[in-house]
Design a protein. Sequence first.
Length: 238
Amino acid sequence: MKIAIIGYGKMGKEIEKLIDKSKDSISFKIKRSNKSDIKKINDTNTDVAIEFTTPDTAFDNIKILLEKGIPVVCGTTAWLDKLEEAKLLAINNGTALFYAPNYSLGVNLFFAMNKYMAKLMNKHDSYEIKIEEIHHTEKLDAPSGTAVKLADDLLLQIEQKSSWVSDKEASKEEIEIRSRRISGVPGTHIILYQSDIDELSLSHVAHSRAGFAQGALLASKFIVGKKGYYQMDDLLEF
């Protein structure tokens, strides 16, 4: 499999380290210094592209690649106002888009646990809900895409909550997300249920970026030859 790495930062380099060179190869490594080379990618020199860039550039990269018929695995967050347009581009160009706010197997198990716990806690409105996320100082978006998904999944289950807010005091109908940036932290997410009597918590702590890179590579193998839009639930069959 010939893989184009779009965004040669920390995640791009982690993906490169984990590629099995006996089976796969890197067709392109796109970074700021050669960003125009993305236009050289086509379906004869590349089987799949893995995109980890910035919120400002992600959609333009995805659009270029999908219009060339290249399936795209995207892990960039905070561009989702264009997601529906990206899905249509994949369908209209006979290729596929795979998006996840987090590619770690552990985090996706954490998503499933969050949904189950929320179903249980929906019956107990004496508990207030908060989400805390902690990442490295280079992370550009806040709250993280993972925290947003956790909050959105909670809203589907907790009847008394109607929206979430970021880094400000929440009303009774809101879920508060607190974001912290600390050097060297790959990613930590904590869901807190707090009452006057006690506190319950559910958390995921990443020790390195390897889990994210491994999941992105699994997604890239999964998506080749497919058409349409896919998420981690499709890959892991939750």
